[in-house]
Write a protein that binds this ligand. Structure first.
Ligand SMILES: C[S@@+](CC[C@H](N)C(=O)[O-])C[C@H]1O[C@@H](n2cnc3c(N)ncnc32)[C@H](O)[C@@H]1O
Length: 362
């Protein structure tokens, strides 16, 4: 029994006949007991719940149980667990103990409202955001001092690109508003999207302008493959080409009316951002526009601050942008009419738009 459970047991037992009053009194009056109880309730149990829910959502168990209650064998089959039923049961039973699941007539079912909501298809981005927090934000908070001591940095391989692509869609409302404000509807548009993730924003632009065609590129192979699958599912393969590629080495003619970078300017080190923006401009036809959307520093949002910290500890990318800096970088990269717009007052999410007035330098 761990100390937290011991402290809880003692607290519960003081109402019962006390068999060994001295031992109980010793533990109850231990000055660490109140701290242990506070930690258990306010810190540890919520952390256990968050970890369990992130794992249950990420593995598809929540979605499975949302369809119907399942017994151990069918969950094992779903999770492709070949034979170790006992340990799977131990993990599921913790879900019951935490109040997320219920077990009746040999079947697990969803119990908590949070589990039920996270299981809904429409909340997939929130479920992925929870997984991102547990898998990527928690390790930087946990390991920062050790990483500094050993000179260790996170790399792009430490991120699961498909989880990040899904969790990015939690910002959908902001990005769609920025697209609404920027996208030309009356004429055909050739769009180049850099770091397309799931491709959801290319789809949105294609729906707004039925004459839009697009090339969407993502650095990560598995992300680009998923975006290509999505385009096929959305019936957009005749209008949207997906490619795995790196903005820094793309070889394209200045043929696009709009280049977009959503939620990825911080994947480039600050010192390279002018060059990256110049490169984006080199793909634009004269008069073409660039749209960069990003969470920015300085809004007092804790999640954004921890994301910023993650990139401080990574061997690629850099800090989230600051409004004035990114505007200046776009101007330095040759854009004119550069504007930063805060999509919703008080929220540190900005859209930066600029126009390519002159042909790119060779
Ligand atoms: C946080 S995700 C955002 C995905 C999508 N734009 C969205 O907002 O949902 C950032 C994406 O940018 C991609 N990316 C990062 N650096 C890139 C580069 N140099 N060239 C192309 N894509 C890049 C990553 O692979 C990742 O999928």
């Amino acid at each position: 029994m761990d100390l937290l459970s011991l402290a809880r047991t003692v607290k519960e037992r003081v109402e019962e006949p006390i068999t060994d009053a001295l031992a109980v009194a010793k533990i109850v009056t231990d000055p660490r007991t109140p701290l242990l109880l506070t930690l258990s309730t306010l810190v540890v149990t919520p952390l256990y719940r968050a970890s369990f829910l992130a794992s249950a959502a990420g593995s598809g168990v929540l979605q499975c149980l949302a369809v119907r209650p399942c017994d151990l064998d069918s969950l094992a089959e779903h999770l492709e667990v070949p034979d170790d039923r006992q340990r799977l049961r131990a993990w599921l039973d913790i879900g019951v103990r935490l109040g997320e699941f219920d077990m009746r007539e040999g079947c697990y079912r969803l119990k908590s409202n949070t589990a039920k909501l996270l299981a809904q298809v429409g909340n997939d981005a929130v479920a992925a955001a929870l997984e991102e927090i547990m898998r990527f934000h928690v390790p930087v908070l946990l390991d920062a001092p050790r990483m500094l001591r050993h000179g260790h940095r996170f790399s792009l391989d430490d991120q699961d690109g498909t989880v990040i692509a899904r969790s990015s869609l939690a910002l959908q409302g902001f990005v769609q508003e920025a697209i609404d404000q920027t996208l030309e509807r009356a004429t055909p548009v050739r769009l180049l999207e850099i770091g397309c993730g799931t491709g959801a924003y290319v789809r949105y632009a294609a729906e707004l302008n039925p004459r839009l065609t697009a090339l969407a590129v993502d650095l990560q192979e598995e992300v680009a493959a998923q975006a290509a699958d999505n385009m096929a599912q959305w019936g957009l393969t005749d209008r949207v080409e997906i490619r795995q590629g790196d903005l820094r080495t793309l070889d394209l003619q200045p043929q696009f009316d709009l280049v977009t970078l959503h939620n990825n300017i911080y994947y480039f080190p600050e010192s390279e951002r002018v060059e990256v923006l110049e490169r984006a401009r080199s793909f634009l036809a004269p008069g073409g526009r660039l749209l960069v959307t990003s969470s920015c520093q300085g809004g007092g949002n804790l999640g954004i601050d921890v994301l910023n910290l993650w990139f401080e500890y990574a061997d690629f990318g850099g800090p989230l942008p600051q409004e004035d800096e990114l505007v200046a970088q776009m101007e330095k990269a040759g854009f004119v009419d550069v504007r930063a717009t805060q999509i919703i007052p008080t929220q540190p999410f900005l859209a930066f738009a600029g126009t390519n007035a002159r042909p790119a330098t060779p």
